[in-house]
Design a protein around this ligand. Structure first.
Ligand code: C2E
Ligand code: MG
Ligand code: MG
Ligand code: MG
Length: 277
């Protein structure tokens, strides 16, 4: 299979089985220095209110631009970071930068826009994860309700530890969303037990909502489920107007995807928010 340019070019995958052990170590060596070399950045993608087109939240998406490998997508390097523990400093850096960004936007009068960060299951299961969150909020004097923590169903495997962590996070005041909802191995039981605020419908369901009746049925069901539980609902991967029409008809509140905007560097996002872009 052909991988993203910049990685294949350096033989990151040295055979078709993706057994990349020695090359993975090279990548790991580079990733280890990514923070100090200032190679990481956050890009921002808006979540849009489908009724009036306003931006209500913004998802922060991690980017790694390495001198040797070029731009490496998160799908490539997050798993490496999870294996070697680098996800902890990197994940903390993401939260720190998101809070710094919230502080900057607040100072520019861009208020009441939430920033969502993706949290890896490894990071979420750290017993002091809540303190990583609260110290970043305090450091930048950011209102906790403007920070959203995105976790996937795979982070919720242990009922007790998940519930404890979610309770601590709710006490801090951040919002909790379930990313890629419907794709993980999960039970509806957790929706009943866990203090969740938002469901994000995975883009794999949204992609074919006009043509695949199963995808349409699942998407509708998730929207209705969210409404009956009093949760916000966001459709991911919205690329076409026909999808917007479908989602509006089904009373889905929010959408995110290339139809509205691709993920943008912070400056460009800022221009959009200030309406000068
Ligand atoms: P995600 O959290 O589900 O993020 C959505 C992904 O879909 C992003 O890919 C985004 O660029 C892409 N996307 C947005 N709109 C569209 C669309 O209309 N069509 C299509 N086809 N794709 C769209 P990205 O940025 O490559 O991130 C991939 C995944 O990597 C994320 O999925 C998330 O799970 C993970 N990730 C990204 N940043 C971080 C981070 O800071 N920490 C952790 N732990 N994971 C991250
Ligand atoms: Mg996400
Ligand atoms: Mg997602
Ligand atoms: Mg994801």
């Amino acid at each position: 299979t052909v991988k993203k340019a910049g990685i294949t070019g350096y033989g990151f995958y040295h055979n078709q089985m993706n057994q990349a052990f020695p090359d993975k170590m090279i990548m790991e060596t580079h990733l280890r220095r990514a923070i100090e070399l200032d190679e990481l950045s956050l890009h921002y993608q808006p979540q849009v209110d489908l009724n009036n087109g306003t931006i209500t939240s913004i998802e922060a998406l991690l980017r790694w631009n390495n001198r040797k490998f070029g731009s490496v997508p998160p799908s490539e390097f997050i798993s490496i970071a999870e294996e070697n523990g680098l996800i902890h400093p990197i994940g903390a850096w993401v939260i720190d930068q998101a809070c710094l960004q919230l502080q900057r936007w607040a100072l520019q009068g861009i208020g009441n826009i939430r920033v969502a960060v993706n949290i890896s299951p490894k990071q979420f299961s750290q017993p002091d994860f809540d303190r990583v969150v609260s110290s970043a909020l305090e450091k930048y004097g950011v209102d906790a309700s403007l920070l959203e923590i995105e976790i996937t169903e795979s982070a919720m495997s242990n009922m007790n530890t998940t519930l404890n962590m979610l309770k601590k996070l709710k006490k801090i005041g951040v919002k909790i969303s379930v990313d890629d909802f419907g794709t993980g191995y999960s039970s509806l039981n957790y929706l009943r037990l866990f203090p969740i605020d938002i469901l994000k419908i995975d883009q794999s369901f949204v992609r074919e909502i006009q043509s695949e009746c199963k995808d349409a049925a699942i998407t509708k069901t998730i929207i209705h489920l969210a409404h009956s539980l009093g949760l916000e609902v966001v459709a991911e991967g919205v690329e076409e107007l026909a999808q917007v029409s479908f989602l509006r008809k089904e009373h889905c509140q929010k959408g995110q995807g290339y139809f509205f905007s691709k993920p943008l560097p912070s400056r460009e996002m800022e221009k959009k928010l200030l309406n000068i872009g």
